[in-house]
Design a protein. Structure first.
Length: 483
């Protein structure tokens, strides 16, 4: 078995691990990054259509305020382009972010009927919209009571952690409208890739609190706050990870799952299948459920294992469909559809950048999702049945062209990925944060932690993973400096 020595061993080469390694490199410290997959990027990944076109099938978009991610995109020499929302109204060019000024419409399919609309407000009736808006405001107010980095110390933490998000939504005192409940439940399913009844109310508010203090609205309304995709070959966002990894050289070792970490006050011994790294510190960036199956010698205090094992990822399928053209744009549609009663409740335009200013993209891409129990239902189908189901669902919203003009189809079952076990984010189950949250950010001797689930700001996002990885690396650097 190969033996390597370094100041720090980073476990995982997702964005948290890559960001941590970058900080260590800039500081002139030696490091080794061990990644279980045969690639870098973690829950950011590019796959290929049969014609060789690469497409992002994991984390893809950059949102407002995600400054560290934007800086890394610039640093590796890639560009960004805005999410398609139609042309800005020429009569009001001074407010390009006003959703009502965009020409493209969204489709809401509810109770078997399609409804076209612009802006944030789905056509579910003024009273139902008011209920949804008030629910978001109530949740934002609750999230504001949480200390950003220690939510389990909120004044009402125990009561919030004893409830589920689903239970809160189901209460007529909070959401006194069946239609509003349907819309809210579907929104929360997409956030957590799980049924709201699986998610602690306190745990859900960690996500809301991490969205720059804007509550769940930050995540729900990103498309109207300067949302961008990454331009360039390699499927977009995955190319950022690949280029960042190349700057780190041979310090990154893929196809090297970590099985055991021996630790003492003097350092760590990180043991993989074919390599052992001796280092002063380790930074573990694997998703909690995977970090929890590493064998730690001696065993970690019980709270660490309980936290990791009880922070499960949800179930999610990501489908990307390729077309010769973005036919929906010619019909005045943004490509975004919402169908909360469908197995495939959301589609989003994921087209590459147009070749010329104001022109059409070289081909059309629609990204679609199935989460929670719907993902499980689709997993029991054959690949051919899943493809037919997805295309037929799109056809009910976008016309038969969704079926007849399909020229490529990609599916990714994140629950079947052994080094993800689901996604795109893990959630906190009821009672977990108040019982074990105190070790969420706490190192275990020389072992530090990072990842999107451990982020405070931008919790659950690529941006959060980057910030978390950088923070862990800086904490380790402070220790190295004082050693």
């Amino acid at each position: 078995m190969e033996q390597r020595e370094a100041d720090v061993c980073v476990v995982g080469a997702g964005f948290a691990g890559l960001a941590a390694a970058r900080v260590l490199k800039i500081a002139g410290k030696s490091f080794v990054v061990l990644e279980a997959r045969d690639r870098v990027g973690g829950r950011v990944w590019a796959k290929e259509f049969e014609d060789g076109t690469k497409v992002s099938v994991g984390g893809t978009w950059i949102g407002d305020g995600q400054d560290r991610l934007k800086a890394l995109v610039d640093e590796v020499g890639l560009g960004k382009y805005p999410q398609y929302e139609g042309d800005v109204d020429p009569e009001d060019p001074d407010d390009p972010l006003d959703p009502l000024d965009h020409g493209a419409e969204t489709i809401l399919r509810l109770d078997g009927a399609n409804h076209r609309y612009k802006g944030l407000f789905a056509p579910i009736g003024v009273e139902n919209l008011a209920v949804v808006g008030l629910a978001f405001e109530q949740l934002k107010a609750l999230s504001a009571t949480l200390p950003l980095d220690r939510p389990w110390e909120a004044p009402n933490a125990t009561a919030l952690d004893a409830q589920t998000l689903g239970g809160w939504i189901a209460s007529p005192l909070n959401v006194p409208s069946d239609k509003a409940q349907i819309m809210l439940r579907q929104t929360m399913r997409l956030f957590f890739s799980a049924e709201p009844e699986e998610v602690s109310l306190l745990g859900s508010l960690v996500l809301a609190r991490g969205g720059s203090g804007q509550g769940f609205e930050y995540y729900a309304a990103q498309k109207y706050t300067e949302t961008h995709l990454v331009d360039g070959d390699g499927g977009g966002m995955p190319e950022v990870a690949d280029r960042l990894a190349r700057t780190l050289g041979d310090a990154i070792r893929t196809s090297s799952p970590v099985r055991r970490i021996r630790h003492s006050p003097g350092g760590v011994e990180v043991i993989g299948d074919d390599v052992t790294v001796r280092a002063k510190f380790a930074i573990v960036t694997a998703p909690p459920i995977l970090a929890g199956v590493i064998d730690y010698e001696p065993p970690l205090p019980a709270a660490y294992g309980q936290l990791m094992r009880k922070t499960p990822p949800g179930a999610i399928f990501r489908f990307v469909v390729k077309y010769e053209t973005a036919f929906w744009r010619a019909e005045g549609l943004s490509g975004e559809t919402v169908a909360p009663q469908s197995l495939v409740p959301v589609s989003i335009d994921q087209c590459p950048k147009a070749l010329t200013e104001g022109g059409d993209p070289p081909y059309g891409l629609l990204s679609c999702y199935a989460v929670g129990p719907a993902a499980d239902t689709l997993a029991r189908m054959s690949p051919a049945e899943r493809k037919t189901t997805v295309l037929n669902e799109l056809a009910t919203r976008l016309s038969d062209k969704a079926v007849t003009e399909c020229i490529g189809f990609s599916e990714t079952d994140w629950s079947a990925e052994p080094w993800s076990c689901g996604g795109m984010i893990a959630h906190f189950s009821p009672g977990v944060l108040t019982s074990y949250g105190h070790v969420l950010h706490e190192p275990a001797g020389p072992i530090y932690w990072a990842g999107s689930e451990r982020a405070t700001d931008m919790h659950g996002l690529i941006e959060g993973a980057i910030r978390s990885g950088e923070q862990a690396a800086n904490d380790v650097l402070a220790k190295l400096g004082s050693a």
